[in-house]
Structures are given as C-alpha cells and as structure tokens.
Design a protein around this ligand. Structure first.
Ligand code: SF4
Ligand code: SF4
Length: 442
C-alpha cells in the first residue's frame, strides 16, 4: 500500500513503525473472511482491511480520532485472526495498538464510557480490588437486566452478569516464594501469578505449580510481579501498560539474578501474547529495552513448556472426550496450535476440534463488557460449534474464554492444565467424569 507520510511525521518512531506495517498491506482482503466482526456484521469498515484504511487515513492526515474510527476500532477484538490469514505479514497487532493509543490521546469519549473504562482500568489489574468488586457485583446482580436495557449502562449490566456466584479465597501458593521440584531436577521456572485469573480461578496456577513440581521442576513465584498490562494496553492506556511491563521485567530480572530460569511460565494465553511483546513495547526505553527482550524470550505458555520436557507416561488415561477451544491469543497471538492437543491426546483424552475454531469466542479482555452484543453473538456461535462435537468437556488455556464459554455452555469448561494434571496424578477436576471409573463400575 502506498503511503504519504511527511518526513516530520516519520520522525515519530510510532508513526514510522505504523508506516512500515501499512506499506506491507496489498489490499487483497483475504483477512476479511476470517475476521469475526466482519463475519458477524458484514461491514467492510468492521474488517481488518477496512480498519487499516481508517487508521492510515487518520495517521497520514495527523487527525485526532473521530466517532467513526473509534466505533470501528472499538469493535475490533484484537483476536489477530487477520494476522494468521494475511499472506503479506501485516502486523495488525502493532498497528491497532498504535491506533488505540492515538484514540486515547486525541478523542474525548462520552462521560459514561470514560467512567466505565477508568473503573475497569482501576479494578481489573489489581487482584484485591477485583475480588472486592466481584463481591459487590453479586449484590447488584438483580439489576443486570435493567442496566442492559439502557444503552449507556450496558457495560455495567454485562459486568454484573459475568460476575461469578462465589469468589474463591486467594491462594497461599501465589505468595512470593519457591516451590521445590520433587526427585530429579528437570528445570527451574518462574510463574506469572497475574491478575484476573488469580481471583476467578486460583486453582489454575496452583495446579500448574503442583504438576510442575511433581515433574521435578522448581517453580519460583517472584516478589513484585503483577498484571501483564494487556487489559489497559487494549484500552490504549499506553503509559499504564508500560508501567506494568517495567514492573514485571524488574521482578523477573531479579529472579533471573538469583538463579537461571528456563522459562517464565504463563497460564493465561492473553497475558502470554503481551509478555512476548515486551521487547517491542519497551524498545524505545534504553533502560529497559534489553532486559525486556530477555524476559520476552523466556516467556512460555505452559503447554509450550511442557512439550519441551521429558514427560513420563500418564498415571491414568481417562478417555474423556474433550472439545479443545484454542484461544485467539494462543493460536493467533502466539501461534501455539498443536502443543495443547498433543499433550491432551498423549494424556489419554479424545480431542475434538469444534468447527470455525479460528473465530473468537467474544471474550477478548474487556470486550465482553464493552461490546456485549457482538460478544454474545460470537459466544453463542462458539458454544453451538462446541456442543456439536458431542464432547463431555471443553478445555482451553485462557481464563477469559473459560468465563465466556461457561456463561452459555451446558458442558463444563476447564483449563487444559487441570486435565493434564489429573492424567499425571493430580485430583480430578470438578465436573469431569472419569470414564475409566464408569467402565470399571459397569
Ligand atoms: S484483530 Fe480480529 S476483530 Fe480485529 S480486525 Fe483482526 S480479525 Fe478482525
Ligand atoms: S490479508 Fe493482509 S495484505 Fe491482504 S488486506 Fe488483509 S492485511 Fe492487507
């Protein structure tokens, strides 16, 4: 694509980066076919190619964002299906990140929208605030239907609906410290405790630590780590996202200084995509660029790490039929497609893949709160495809997808690591049937 930026504009490294990305796009439109918002809404401006044109026009003309561009960029899920499809290697992720930061800087949203976004940024990345907010949300749940009828209060209604009926207690295993590996030492890793996942299901990281230590891997929970920054990053709050990235880079650098790490293990794929991008996000900060690149290179999604170590034979082969849902941040953001399925199959599960696996479930960070109507359409489509597999359970590697799919599916939705842990000697995850036990009893 031809671009017309002035030399003065290109002196801004963010603009220069976006110009490089724009020049790669050949307008072929292949990406439209796999874009969930185009598939749902049928509007070119809600396709990757349409958004790329809108962003190009805004940046080239040095214009502040307007209502039209904000509408179409806000509808983008940042699922990155377009990047998987694009034959020209267009880095839509960095382009839309830049556009979102530009919108945040130049556009004044309506008051309620500003308040909602400020509240989400204040609460979600902080586990203690999020836990308190979920408890409060339970009290407000009877009002969810009413809020959903008032357009400006829709996000509030969606938030109340998504709040779980009970909030688990914080896990002591998430406190900073070292969990020693058992038997022959196979490795040493740090684990990201994160934010929303540690509140909604602390069992995911507890299970990961239990499995890894049983396999002989020492697990460090570093002092000072926190939210990866993805939630605010996707809202265009660049400084807040970079502050989170710097804090984590510092925490993991200290952990590395205390003893080499083989990996920084991440159990929420949404966080993994962002942490693997820390090198790019902090490239312009001379104090952090190198450290951030080192940390990003160590980041590994848990199944990515597990396929690289010598796994023993599973203790049990449950035979349960599992529909594997690949989160967008897993398959498009990190290009991890085969590892979770291979591990599940090796552990004795029967893995089925739902149709339209490339399409987002509509969770996408805060998307199911801020764009609840499109999100619900995508969720229902995803659940129909999952239920058509006749599986007994859904496995996935991202807490956002677990919450989203579980809000409409009839079958249990669990994190992949809980099924693997069960096969390798851990407890049976809640709601899962042990088919071997059933066969034995018959
Ligand atoms: S990130 Fe997803 S929703 Fe956004 S343009 Fe690309 S495919 Fe469409
Ligand atoms: S597939 Fe790639 S090159 Fe083609 S229009 Fe989409 S972003 Fe541009």
């Amino acid at each position: 694509m031809q671009t017309n930026f002035s030399l003065a504009q290109l002196a801004d490294p963010h603009v220069a980066e976006s110009e490089k990305i724009l020049r790669k796009c050949v307008h072929c439109g292949f990406c439209t076919a796999t874009c969930p918002t185009y598939v749902t809404l049928g509007n070119e401006l809600d396709s990757p190619r349409g958004r790329i044109y809108l962003i190009k026009d805004m940046l080239e003309n040095g214009r502040p964002a307007d209502k039209e561009i904000v509408t179409h960029i806000d509808r983008c899920l940042s699922c990155l299906a377009c990047m998987t499809t694009c034959p020209s290697g267009v880095n839509y992720m960095h382009l839309v990140d830049h556009a979102r930061a530009h919108i945040e800087e130049t556009y004044k949203r309506p008051l309620l929208d500003r308040l909602t976004r400020a509240m989400l940024a204040f609460v979600l990345p902080y586990p203690s605030r999020f836990r308190a907010a979920l408890k409060l949300a339970r009290l407000g749940q009877p009002l969810a239907g009413l809020f959903e009828k008032i357009p400006a209060l829709k996000p509030m209604g969606a938030m109340l609906k998504l709040a779980p009926v009970s909030v688990p207690a914080a896990s002591p295993m998430a406190s900073p410290g070292i969990h020693a590996g058992q038997g022959t030492r196979k490795g040493r890793v740090a684990i990201l405790t994160g934010c929303a996942q540690s509140v909604l299901d602390p069992g995911i990281n507890d299970t990961t630590i239990a499995l890894l230590t049983r396999l002989g891997v020492e697990v460090v929970v570093p002092e000072g780590e926190g939210c990866c920054g993805a939630l605010v990053h996707h809202m265009g709050r660049e400084e807040a996202a970079l502050a989170s990235a710097r804090r984590n880079v510092d925490a993991w650098t200290r952990a590395i200084d205390q003893g080499a790490l083989d990996a920084i293990v991440i159990t929420a794929s949404g966080c993994g995509t962002t942490i693997k991008d820390y090198g790019f996000m902090l490239r312009l900060d001379p104090a952090y660029a190198e450290k951030a690149a080192r940390v990003a290179a160590l980041a590994k999604e848990i199944t990515e790490y597990l396929v690289g170590i010598d796994l023993p034979e599973p203790v049990r082969k449950p035979g349960t039929i599992v529909a594997y849902h690949s989160a967008c941040s897993m398959q498009h953001g990190q290009k991890i497609t085969r590892q979770p399925k291979e591990l599940l199959a090796k552990a004795g599960f029967v893995v089925r893949e739902p149709r339209e696996g490339h399409l987002c479930c509509g969770s996408a960070g805060t998307y199911n709160i801020l764009q609840s109507e499109i999100s619900a359409q995508l969720r229902d489509r995803k659940v129909r495809n999952i239920e058509a597999t006749d599986a007994e359970i859904v496995a996935t590697g991202n807490i956002g997808c677990i919450t989203q799919i579980a809000s409409a599916a009839k079958l249990p939705v669990v994190h992949t690591i809980k099924l693997l842990d069960w096969a390798y000697g851990g407890p049976k995850p809640e709601g899962v049937r042990d088919n071997r036990a059933v066969v034995a009893a018959e």
